[in-house]
Structure formats: C-alpha cells, structure tokens
Write a protein that binds this ligand. Structure first.
Ligand SMILES: [Zn+2]
Length: 392
C-alpha cells in the first residue's frame, strides 16, 4: 500500500474515473453476442497493442490475448474478463446515460470487467510498475449461456499458454466485496419432442409434441429442489407448432439445471432425464392405434464443472486481505464463471467484481453506475501485484 508505484496507481484510478468510463462506453457500443464477439475482440487487440503489451493475438477460438512481461515469465497470472453478452446480434448496443447511470445490454456484465482489464494494463505500463512474474491479459469468448466456457476452455486445453498458467483471475460484473472461489456446476439441455403432426380435428389422437412437453414441464416443476445445498432448475425457452388447428410435428425447450453440490446436481439431472422419458411415454400411451410414437431427443448443450479454490489458498487469502485493507468486508461466493474451468483443472482461480454497481443484468435494461469504481480497481491492482510479485 505504501509502495510509491501503488500510491501513484491509486491516484490514477481516483483522478481518471471519467477516462475509464469513456473506454467502457466505447467497448460496450461494439455488439458482442454469443459466437459474435469478433469485432469487440479486434477492438481489444488494438488497445493491447497501444498499451505496449507483447505477443498480442486473437487465438483460434477468438480470445484476445496480450502479455505484460515482468522480470520472469513465471509466475504467470491470467487477468481476464469476458467479451460476450447474452444478447442477440440485432439487440441495440448503443450506450445511453441518465443521471449517473449507463444503460446498455452487457454494460456491467461484462463491460465493467473489460474496462478494468484496460485500466489495469494502462496503470501498470504508464506508472512503470515493475513486476516479478508476468500477466497474460485475456478477453475471453463464450462465457455466457451456450458459449459453454469455450474461450477459457480453449485457453487451458489447446491454447499456446495452456501449460504455463499458474493462477487465473477473472473480473465479472460490479461490486467490491465479492470473491467467487467456488464454481457453481450446471447442466443445460435442449429437449425436442418430434411426431408426425396432423390436423387438429381430423388427426386427433396423433401424439402431440406440445402436449408431451407440457407434461414434461409439469413433472420438472414438481421437483422438490433443496434449499441447502441450493439447487435450481429453469425452462428458459420453448418453441414449436405452426398454428392453432394443426397438431405440431415438433416442440423444443431449453433447460438449465444447477446445484452448489455435485451429488444434488446428479440427482436433479437423473430426475430430469426420467421426467422427459416418462412424459413422452405418457403422451404416446394416449395415441391412436397404428400411429407412430413421438421421438424424444435430449441434447446436452452446456456442462460446467463444480469445485473450489480453497478459502485458505494464497490467492483467496490475498483477495480477502486486499478487500479488507480497503475497508470493505469481503464475501466468499459461489457462481458460474470462467473460473469454473481452471478450478476443475486444479489451477487456483477466482472471479472478482470490478467495482461500481449494476442492476437488471441479462435484460435490455441493464445498467451500470461507475461511482466508487476506483475501490474495485484498487483491489484488483493489489491482487494482481500480490500474485505476480512487485519488484522492490
Ligand atoms: Zn459475466
């Protein structure tokens, strides 16, 4: 805290809040839907080059990488935020400002994380903060939903730095007290019921995919999900049918299953699979003699591992201390973030809030309030310097 470089960096965060917010507005104005992050990644690549990072590239998966080299390559700490949002390409990514708040899809999740990456790289370069180890700055693709952690997965499996990374840090969303050290596991499915279809009057008795799906949802909705360990399920999207007087030939839905404990997730998963089969059987049981049965298709579209970076590990203790030293009581948390992947590989990983406040996340009304953001950035810097090592 008393190191001259840290003092200067803190002052930068306090005096350049508007510069950091303007950068966040530029980033978030560039659309970045799932599997459509290229333009935002390219912008980040240009910024990494301007900041003087080395080995700057967009990798095969679409992640944007840049190395800030310390005295040694090791320890190598990944400092990341995710490029993607949950919004489709045709969403309006224009950022508007009312009072103190910024409004745009993804403005906080993960616009404030991306802004933090650039602010950290800027301050370390411009204040000539000398590091022992090195930092690999990464804007990841595919953190949200169907992206299924594809960016961070590539980074740790086929990426050129895969075997070099010693610790992983992700900035995701706002706040200054949250330290996510436990990975919340999830399974996601696309469910399809497929039948012959027909006329609502003339072909009555043909098995109906929408009726089958109704039976399936009803069964799932009755699942007695425990509060502790917290376990949840959600039918997030349904589709199917062509018109009111047609028996549909197809119905589909997407389902999200989560639990903070792996055995509970497995129990819910088993119940869900059985419920889908039973619903199809039940609908088929009512069909006219001679009609073909419904087909059920279950496709696993997402799987995120559970696990944790222990609360007494050096990385978590560092984050706890960095939070307390700023006068904030830290809160250990469980969530589903890019850190799930390194945690599942036994690599120390945490996800931190990047300061400021937000609301209406994952909706078109998402907002971010940058006031007090510097506290989050100060904490971020202390964790980064603590993990990489500061040269005296
Ligand atoms: Zn996020």
């Amino acid at each position: 805290m008393s190191h001259v470089a840290v003092v200067r960096a803190f002052r930068y965060f306090e005096t350049h809040a508007d510069t950091i917010t303007e950068e966040q507005i530029r980033i978030c104005s560039i659309p970045a839907s799932p599997f459509g992050e290229q333009e935002r990644a390219e912008y980040l690549r240009q910024k990494f080059i301007e900041l003087g990072l080395s080995e700057v590239e967009i990798d095969e998966e679409g992640n944007c990488l840049g190395l800030l080299r310390g005295a040694s390559l090791k320890p190598l700490l990944v400092v990341s935020a995710h490029l993607d949002t949950v919004f489709s390409k045709d969403a309006d990514f224009t950022v508007s400002k009312r009072e103190h708040k910024l409004y745009a899809p993804g403005i906080a999740d993960d616009g404030c994380g991306l802004a933090a990456l650039l602010a950290l790289a800027h301050v370390i370069q411009n204040e000539q903060i000398a590091l022992e180890g090195s930092l690999l700055f990464v804007g990841t693709v595919g953190e949200e939903g169907e992206g299924n952690l594809r960016g961070v997965r590539h980074l740790f499996t086929n990426g050129r730095w895969a075997s070099e990374v010693d610790a992983f840090l992700s900035f995701d969303g706002p706040g200054v007290d949250r330290i996510t050290n436990r990975a919340l596991g999830s399974r996601r499915y696309r469910v399809e019921f497929i039948g012959p279809g027909g006329h609502s009057w003339g072909d009555f008795g043909v098995p109906n995919p929408v009726h089958a799906m109704g039976r399936a949802i009803s069964r799932l909705a009755g699942y007695p999900a425990p509060k502790d360990p917290r376990t949840t399920f959600n039918v997030g999207r349904i589709e199917g049918g062509t018109g009111v007087n047609s028996i549909p030939s197809r119905a589909a839905m997407e389902v999200d299953l989560r639990s903070s404990a792996e055995p509970e997730l497995q129990r819910l998963d088993a119940f869900f699979r059985r419920a889908m089969r039973d619903a199809a059987d039940e609908e088929n049981g009512t069909r006219r003699a001679g009609d073909p049965p419904l087909q059920l298709k279950l496709e696993l579209i997402g799987e995120r591992p559970t696990g944790e970076t222990p609360a007494d590990s050096p990385l978590v203790e560092l984050a706890l201390e960095a939070t307390r030293v700023l006068g904030v009581e830290p809160r250990l948390d469980q969530s589903s973030t890019d850190s799930n992947l390194p945690i599942s590989l036994g690599i120390p990983a945490i996800t931190l809030g990047a300061g400021g406040a937000s609301g209406s996340s994952h909706t078109l009304d998402e907002w971010y309030d940058p006031r007090d953001r510097e506290k989050g950035l100060k904490r971020a810097l202390l964790v980064v310097l603590g993990a990489a090592g500061l040269r005296k």
